[in-house]
Design a protein around this ligand. Structure first.
Ligand code: 4AD
Ligand code: MG
Length: 429
């Protein structure tokens, strides 16, 4: 019977079939050990000379790394084997013999690996990161679904900017210009007024001009949006969702965290409540270590790291100066220079994981903001309509998936947190 390696514990003493690829092999006298991977795990198989047909022994000597193989044998519990089980081989069928697989078991540089991303994904560590990615997505969706949110996805081809005009990717759309979406937020505001609580989840695009370990040009964002919510409620939602997915990862993905050698004590410390500090307080904390930063400046990566080093939990920084935030941010009625915004800065220097806030809900004020930002009113007519027909306080946020995965996995650069990273200097493979 064909089984997956992750289920092997259920088949002790039974004959099974594993369909996969040769991960590695070694020999010791008259015994050969092969490691076969099938995507769900890696299993060791033992082939002893004299106990199997000579022919099988010869095949084993010939199989190369990443050849596709079908292994038949008996499952045996063995505490010395990696994973606690091994297979006593009865038959091995080679589906295709791989020649000169470029990623040998030795260490390789990132520069070498990136052009082989399509193959690099087969490695143990990359496999673990992708499994954690899957689990974070599922956990966030479950969290929102359990609270009655409706997934209403937003378009990728759009007529207008959300997060400033400097990072837009323009595309020819028949006889007009369109842009790849920087965020689903504006459409989320429409679906929130239609459905109450919504989220979108999809790829977003930013023509980032800088090469940093936190920036991709194509990244995935999970964006909840709620009608009749204010800044405090938005912060509660960000905090609850974060605690939820961290708990889920600790519950379900310990094996993967171990492969990544992640210090899980750091994740176990993530507990409510998260510190909530104003932008002004954040500036005071940062200025104790870096006097260059002035009130009114946006935070750079080193500033975020100073902040995150001051706390175990993620930090919710709110009330940024309106001047460094997007046109749609609602202002604080008590101080027009401040926006009702919130960013969540992740622990251990993982950077800004979440950006969001309360939206401007007054028609005239929003129109004024569009003009101040030189944004074409025509492209935003539908967005202005939302303020004409039953406006209400509303807001939400966007969670950057890749940075979040980087934090959870303890992987410093976002290029390893997405199957095929797109960066300033990379669109291949
Ligand atoms: O802070 P941002 O720009 O917020 C928005 O786009 C809002 N419209 C979202 C909303 O309120 N619905 O982006 C949100 C998050 C950031 O906190 C960061 O984690 C991630 O998206 N992000 C990036 N991740 C990787 N590469 C990039 N170039 C990113 N730009 C933003
Ligand atoms: Mg932001």
């Amino acid at each position: 019977m064909h089984i997956y390696i992750e289920d092997i514990g259920k088949y002790q003493g039974k004959d099974v079939i594993i369909k996969g690829w040769l991960f590695n092999k070694r020999s010791s006298g008259k015994i050969r050990f092969i490691l076969v991977r099938d995507g769900t795990g890696i299993i060791q198989s033992v082939i002893a000379k004299g106990e199997v047909k000579d022919e099988l022994f010869k095949i084993v000597d010939k199989i190369t790394q990443e050849s596709s193989v079908i292994l038949t044998g008996t499952v045996r519990k063995d505490d010395r084997a990696p994973g606690g089980y091994e297979i006593i081989a009865k038959d091995i069928k080679v589906i295709q013999m791989a020649e000169d697989y470029p990623i040998t078991p030795k260490e390789h540089s990132i520069e070498f690996l990136l052009p082989f991303r399509h193959l690099w994904l087969r490695s143990k560590k990359q496999n673990a990161i992708m499994r954690i990615r899957h689990e974070i997505i599922k956990a966030c969706r479950d969290f929102l679904d359990n609270q009655g949110f409706i997934n209403a996805d937003t378009p990728i081809l759009t007529p207008a900017a959300v997060e400033g005009t400097t990072t837009l990717f323009q595309v020819d759309y028949y006889d007009q210009n369109a842009y790849l979406s920087q965020s689903g937020q504006l459409y989320n505001e429409a679906t929130a007024a239609a459905l109450g609580k919504v989220y979108c989840f999809g790829p977003t695009f930013r023509a980032e001009k800088s090469k940093t370990r936190r920036h991709l040009t194509e990244f995935w964002m999970l964006e909840p949006e709620v009608a009749y919510i204010e800044l405090d409620g938005i912060m509660d939602l960000a905090e609850d969702m974060t605690v939820y997915f961290v708990e889920r990862i600790l519950e379900k993905r310990k094996k993967e965290l171990k492969i990544l050698e992640r210090d899980i004590s750091k994740l176990e410390k993530i507990k409510k409540p998260f510190p909530r500090i104003t932008y002004k307080q954040a500036v005071e904390i940062i200025r104790k270590k870096d006097k260059q930063l002035k009130y009114g400046d946006d935070f750079g990566a080193p500033h975020e790291t100073i902040l995150s080093d001051s706390f175990d939990n993620p930090i919710l920084v709110h009330h940024y100066p309106a001047g460094i935030k997007a046109f749609y941010m609602k202002r604080d009625p008590n101080d027009e220079s401040l926006s009702l915004s919130v960013d969540m800065i992740g622990p251990e220097g993982s950077g800004e994981l979440i950006g969001g806030g309360q939206r401007e809900d007054d028609y005239k004020t929003l129109l004024k903001r569009l003009k101040e930002n030189n944004l074409p009113e025509k492209s935003y007519e539908w967005y202005l309509d939302l303020r004409k027909f039953g406006t209400c306080p509303h807001g939400g946020f966007g969670l950057g998936l890749e940075r979040t995965i980087g934090w959870i996995c303890g992987v410093k650069h976002v290029r390893e947190t997405i199957p095929f990273p797109r960066m300033l200097d990379r669109v291949y493979p």
